[in-house]
Design a protein around this ligand. Structure first.
Ligand SMILES: Cc1cc2nc3c(=O)[nH]c(=O)nc-3n(C[C@H](O)[C@H](O)[C@H](O)COP(=O)(O)OP(=O)(O)OC[C@H]3O[C@@H](n4cnc5c(N)ncnc54)[C@H](O)[C@@H]3O)c2cc1C
Ligand code: SF4
Ligand code: SF4
Ligand code: SF4
Length: 506
C-alpha cells in the first residue's frame, strides 16, 4: 500500500502550495497580493519572482492566506464573484454589469498622451482632487527603464498624470496597495489593474483581510495578456538590436510598437506571442469582470474608451465625474461595431483559454485554475449529469498483467479496485501498473499497488464540489457513491470531464 507522507507544516502552511502550484509552475503574474497580505512579511517580489525571506512555519502553525488570495488559485472564486453579482445584466461574454457606455476625457491633451480615451486618468485625477479617495494605485515606469512598470501610490494629481498609458508587462499593483495601507496610512484607496489584479483584491475582500477595508473603488482594465519583461527585452535586443535604455515608449495597436530616440519599430503580435506569461494563456477574463468599473479600448473609434459599469459604487462615482464635466459619454448602441468587437474578443479569449487548459490537463495532468464564470457554471451542474456510469471495478486479486489486458479492452486509464465483498478499497491506474517491472507483472496483484486514497462525491452534489475535492486532494478523479448505500459506486468524474463540460458551454 502506498503511504502518503505529508509533514504537518506542509499541509497547513499555504506557502508550500503556492510555491509548488503557482510560483514554480510559472503561473505567477507578479501581482504582489501575497506579499501585501502575508501576516509575517515573509514574501517579497524581487526580479521577476516571489521569494520567501524566512520560513513562516516557524512563526505560525497554520496560515492559508497567500494561496487563497492568489488570483491563480481556485480558492474563493465564487465569493469573489458575489461582489458584482447583484448587477441587473449578466452577459455570457462580459459578466455582470449595469451599463456599458463609450467615454472619453474632456481634456484632449490627456487623450493624446494615453492613445485612448484617458478615462482612467481623468477619473483618478478627479477622485483625488475632489477627495473621493485619498490615494490611487497606478503603474508608472522606471525612469532608467521605460519598459518596466513601476507600481506606485499616487497621492497628488501629478502622480496620476505620470502613469498615463498602458504598460504591457507585469506590475505589482497589489503590493503597492499594501504600501498605501501600511506605509502611507491611506484609508480610501482607488485601485487600477488588469483582471487578475482585481481578482486578487476581491479575494482579499472575500477573505475579509484587514487591509481591504481601505479599498474605495476598483477600476479594471481589459486585458489580452502581459509579456514577460526579461524574455521580451532580451528578444528585442537580440532581434532588433535595441537595448532597454534606448526604448522611449512601447504601445500596442494592431502591432507592438517600440519607439526609440531615432526609430519606430512595429512587431506583429504573432511574432512575440511566446513571450506572453503562461497564466495569460489560460485566463478567461477579458473585461475585468470583478471591477467596480472596467475600461478598455473602443476600436475602431479613436480617442474613446469602452466603460462597463458593474457596481452601484462604480456607477455613482462615474456619473459624478460626468456631471462635473470631466468625462464625455456616448451611447454604445450607436456604435454596434465596438460592442461586437468586445464581445467577440471576450468570447475568443475564453474559448482559447479553455482549449489551452484542456491541452495542459492532457499533457501535464494539471488543470489550471478555472476562473469566475467557469466556476459559476460548474456550480450549476449536478454530478449525475456529467459522471461516467457503468464503471467496471477491478478485483484486488488480479495480476498487473491481467489488468493491462483489461485496460487494452476497455480503454479507460483508471479503475476502482474492489475487495471480495465488492467494496471499493482504492484505485489502480495504467500509470501505476506500468511502473511495475515486466518480469514482476505476473506475480504482482493490483491490490498491492493500489492507490488507497478514495475521495467520494455524491450524484446530487455539483461539478464544482467535485472540482474542489480534486484540488484539495491533488487528484485527477473522484468516485461517485450512492448516499443510501455508501459502498455502491455509481460513477466516476475526472478533471477531463469537467473541462469537456465547460468547453461544451462556451
Ligand atoms: C496589459 C494590458 C493589456 C491590455 N489589453 C487590452 C486589450 O486587449 N483590449 C483592450 O481594449 N484594452 C486592453 N487594455 C486596456 C487599454 O490598453 C487601456 O488601459 C484602457 O482602455 C484604459 O484606457 P484609458 O485611456 O482610459 O487609460 P489611461 O488614462 O491611459 O490610464 C491607464 C491606467 O492604467 C494603468 N496601467 C497601465 N499599465 C498597467 C499594468 N500593466 N498593470 C496595471 N495597471 C496598469 C496606469 O496606472 C494608468 O492609470 C490592456 C491594458 C493592459 C495594461
Ligand atoms: S505566513 Fe505568509 S508566506 Fe507563510 S503561508 Fe502565510 S501568507 Fe504564506
Ligand atoms: S499572489 Fe500574485 S505575486 Fe503572489 S504568487 Fe500569486 S500571482 Fe504571484
Ligand atoms: S491575461 Fe489574465 S492572467 Fe494575464 S495579465 Fe491579463 S488578467 Fe492577468
Amino acid at each position: 500500500m502506498r503511504v502518503i507522507v505529508e509533514s504537518k507544516n506542509d499541509a497547513l502552511i499555504a506557502y508550500n502550495v503556492l510555491e509548488k502550484r503557482i510560483i514554480n509552475s510559472g503561473f505567477c503574474t507578479l501581482c504582489g497580493a501575497c506579499e501585501a497580505a502575508c501576516p509575517t512579511s515573509a514574501l517579497h517580489i524581487t526580479g521577476e519572482k516571489v521569494h520567501r525571506l524566512h520560513d513562516c512555519s516557524k512563526d505560525l502553525d497554520l496560515c492559508p492566506i497567500c494561496y487563497e488570495i492568489c488570483p491563480h488559485s481556485e480558492a474563493l472564486l465564487l465569493r469573489s464573484l458575489s461582489f458584482v453579482a447583484d448587477a441587473p445584466i449578466k452577459n455570457e461574454a462580459l459578466g455582470y454589469y449595469r451599463k456599458i457606455v463609450l467615454a472619453q476625457a474632456v481634456d484632449s491633451k490627456l487623450r493624446e498622451q494615453s492613445h485612448g480615451g484617458a478615462v482612467v486618468t481623468s477619473l483618478l485625477k478627479y477622485g483625488i482632487e475632489t477627495k473621493v479617495f485619498d490615494s490611487a494605485i497606478v503603474s508608472q515606469t522606471e525612469p532608467e527603464n521605460p519598459a518596466k512598470p513601476k507600481p506606485s501610490v499616487a497621492l497628488v494629481p501629478d502622480d496620476i498624470l505620470s502613469a498615463i498609458g498602458s504598460k504591457f508587462f507585469p506590475s505589482s499593483v497589489a503590493k503597492a496597495y499594501g504600501s498605501a495601507v501600511y506605509g502611507h496610512g491611506k484609508t480610501d484607496i482607488a485601485f487600477v489593474g488588469v483582471p487578475c489584479h482585481v481578482l486578487a483584491l476581491r479575494k482579499m475582500e472575500a477573505w475579509q483581510h484587514k487591509i481591504i477595508d481601505n479599498l474605495k473603488i476598483t477600476i479594471g482594465l481589459f486585458c489580452f495578456g502581459t509579456f514577460s519583461l526579461g524574455s521580451m527585452l532580451e528578444y528585442i535586443k537580440k532581434t532588433y538590436k535595441i537595448s532597454p535604455s534606448d526604448i522611449k515608449q512601447m504601445r500596442l495597436s494592431s502591432k507592438f510598437v517600440i519607439q526609440t530616440k531615432s526609430d519606430v519599430i512595429q512587431i506583429p503580435l504573432s511574432e512575440i506571442k511566446d513571450h506572453i506569461l503562461p497564466s495569460c494563456r489560460t485566463c478567461t477574463d477579458f473585461t475585468s469582470e470583478l471591477a467596480d468599473i472596467s475600461v478598455g479600448g473602443a476600436y475602431p473609434l479613436k480617442d474613446w474608451s469602452t466603460v462597463i459599469i458593474r457596481t452601484r459604487a462604480g456607477e455613482d462615482f462615474f456619473y459624478k465625474a460626468v456631471e462635473n464635466g470631466i468625462i464625455n459619454t456616448w451611447v454604445i448602441e450607436q456604435e454596434p461595431k465596438v460592442f461586437e468587437r468586445i464581445v467577440v474578443a471576450a468570447m475568443q479569449k475564453r474559448r482559447e483559454a479553455l482549449k489551452e487548459a484542456k491541452e495542459m490537463e492532457e499533457v501535464y495532468g494539471y488543470l489550471p485554475v478555472l476562473l469566475l464564470r467557469e466556476t459559476d457554471a460548474l456550480a450549476h451542474i449536478k454530478i449525475e449529469e456529467i459522471m461516467t456510469k457503468n464503471i467496471k471495478p477491478v478485483p484486488q486479486d488480479i495480476t498487473v498483467s491481467q489488468f493491462l489486458d483489461f485496460v487494452a479492452k476497455h480503454h479507460h486509464i483508471a479503475y476502482p479496485i474492489v475487495n471480495e465483498n465488492s467494496e471499493p478499497i482504492g484505485w489502480i491506474t495504467l500509470e501505476e501498473a506500468s511502473k511495475v517491472e515486466k518480469q514482476m507483472r505476473n506475480v504482482t496483484l493490483v491490490g498491492q499497488i493500489a492507490i488507497r486514497k478514495l475521495v467520494a462525491v455524491y450524484p446530487e452534489e455539483t461539478a464544482l464540489d467535485a472540482f474542489k475535492r480534486m484540488s484539495e486532494h491533488e487528484i485527477g478523479r473522484v468516485l461517485v457513491f450512492d448516499r443510501v448505500n455508501p459502498k455502491k459506486i455509481l460513477g466516476i468524474v475526472t478533471k477531463t470531464d469537467l473541462m469537456h463540460t465547460l468547453t461544451k458551454q462556451y
